[in-house]
Ligand binder design. Structure first.
Ligand SMILES: [Zn+2]
Length: 467
């Protein structure tokens, strides 16, 4: 492809559109020739300038109106404001007046399914972390994304989680009976090339300690489910997945039994929260409550999402999504789980104490819509009283930190990879603005985000599509 002339591209206001797939006509007319083509030049020298948008950079700092972001090649070279920052006249300039620029969004809790990869970029999700999947397949997906064989987000993977004697034996090679087997399994995963380790709550405390040690010795983070978050954190664990583990921890401390069939969150006494929160915050624990999955049915949110989901399942662009996956998105949720009010109090107090709460979705569990669910999760975080700025950080910088990728990802700062999600509206006033995605840039390239209805994953997943 011939290198296009440099020039100024002005973003005209599109109509208010929630369906990302309709971006095609709009992006196509203005940008296909100019910006997508820019990828064909000398990639390392290519200069892209984002000019005039309001920048929310992921660090929690105040928004920067009239910002200028200079990208060279795949990385951010400079960040400033119009008039204050100069840049070479040879670059491609994208005018973003009236738009808000966020770091590319990160969903740090995914169990990737065969059909899902095309659904992340249209929702502004430029990075996902898989925490439990078929090991060889997820590594192959990651590598196919990296090489450009598949277009989609950046992917980091755990391979199959570590499972153990507190649960029924698993058959995927992840079942470890002893501490030594746990160590050996982590070494096997590391040798296979995973990016982090995922644990299940079926391993014993001694096994968890060994897993953390083996993982950390290889520069890998251990993430996942635990029986008792206080005990896990005392061993060096920094991730709280779901909220049952904090409730079990407090109930054990109070000497309380959990009645059969009730959720520990429903019977825990919120008066016990502050000391535990204080400890977890001091230890730098990232909390991933998975609100949409676990607590969506306990709130009005499921009703709110119904219309959006009904529209999505009829999108002809999504013809590549299996019918049973679509049916699961729109199915009525089961009965409301008791305990939401306590969880909301815990999360709000955690954020007020300076703790980092992640927006990360458990995509891969059938009712969760890939991409869209990250926006729903941010909204449910703000429902608990967490400020929108912190909800955004939970889907950007903190999401990068918890998987050890914050050197490259998660915020708009010089030296980092040039991943941006450009939206319409002010998400600090109304977090729903994040769904109005207008442009997605990954590694300094404006991404094509229209769906290909005939898309087929070139690498079949064991267990098949949709599952
Ligand atoms: Zn999960």
């Amino acid at each position: 492809m011939k290198r296009p002339p440099s020039g100024v591209l002005t973003m005209t206001a599109p109509v208010s559109v929630i369906r990302p797939s309709t971006m095609k006509s709009w992006v196509g007319a203005l940008f296909l020739a100019g910006v997508f083509g820019a990828a064909g030049g000398a990639a390392q020298d290519r200069v892209l300038v984002l000019e005039g948008g309001t920048l929310i950079d992921g660090t929690g700092r105040n928004p920067v109106p009239d910002s200028v972001i200079v990208v060279q090649g795949t990385r951010i070279k400079a960040v400033g404001t119009r008039g204050q920052l100069s840049y070479p006249p040879t670059g491609t300039i994208i005018k973003l007046d009236g738009r808000t620029i966020l770091p590319g969004l990160i969903d740090g809790h995914v169990h990737l399914r065969e059909y899902q990869l095309p659904m992340f970029l249209p929702y502004g999700v430029t990075t996902i972390a898989d925490i439990h999947n078929d090991t060889a397949w997820s590594i192959a997906q990651r590598d196919a994304l990296r090489s450009g064989r598949i277009r989609g987000p950046r992917l980091f993977v755990s391979g199959a989680r570590v499972t153990g004697p507190l649960g029924a034996p698993t058959t995927d090679g992840s079942y470890v009976r002893t501490v030594d087997e746990a160590r050996a399994y982590v070494r096997t995963l590391a040798a296979a090339g995973v990016d982090h380790i995922k644990v299940d709550l079926t391993i014993t405390g001694e096994q968890l300690r060994a897993v953390i040690e083996e993982a950390n010795a290889r520069g890998l983070r251990a993430l996942g489910h635990t029986q008792d978050i206080r005990k896990a954190v005392a061993m060096g664990f920094k991730h709280m997945e779901h909220t049952d583990t904090m409730a079990r921890s407090l109930l054990a401390q109070a000497g309380k039994e959990i009645p059969r069939g009730s959720s520990p969150e429903a019977i825990v006494d919120p008066k016990l929260f502050p000391p535990l929160i204080d400890y977890l915050v001091k230890q730098g624990v990232y909390v991933n409550p998975t609100l949409v999955l676990v607590w969506g049915a306990s709130t009005e949110r499921w009703r709110d999402w119904t219309a959006t989901k009904a529209q999505i399942v009829n999108d002809p662009g999504l013809a590549f999504v299996p019918a049973d996956a679509k049916a699961a998105w729109t199915r009525e949720p089961g009965p409301a789980r008791a305990g939401y009010a306590n969880v909301a109090v815990f999360l709000r107090q955690y954020a007020e104490a300076g703790g980092k709460v992640l927006a990360a979705t458990d995509t891969g569990i059938p009712p969760i819509v890939p991409g869209l669910s990250l926006h729903e999760e941010m909204r449910m975080l703000t429902d608990t009283g967490i400020p929108p700025m912190r909800a955004l950080q939970g889907a950007t910088l903190w999401a990068a930190e918890v998987i050890g990728r914050d050197k490259d990802l998660g915020s708009v700062e010089p030296g980092k990879l040039a991943d941006f999600t450009v939206i319409e509206g002010n998400p600090l006033a109304d977090i729903r603005a994040t769904t109005r995605v207008r442009m997605v840039i990954k590694g300094g390239e404006v991404m094509e985000t229209a769906y290909d209805p005939k898309w087929v994953n070139p690498i079949p997943r064991p267990g098949g599509n949709g599952r």
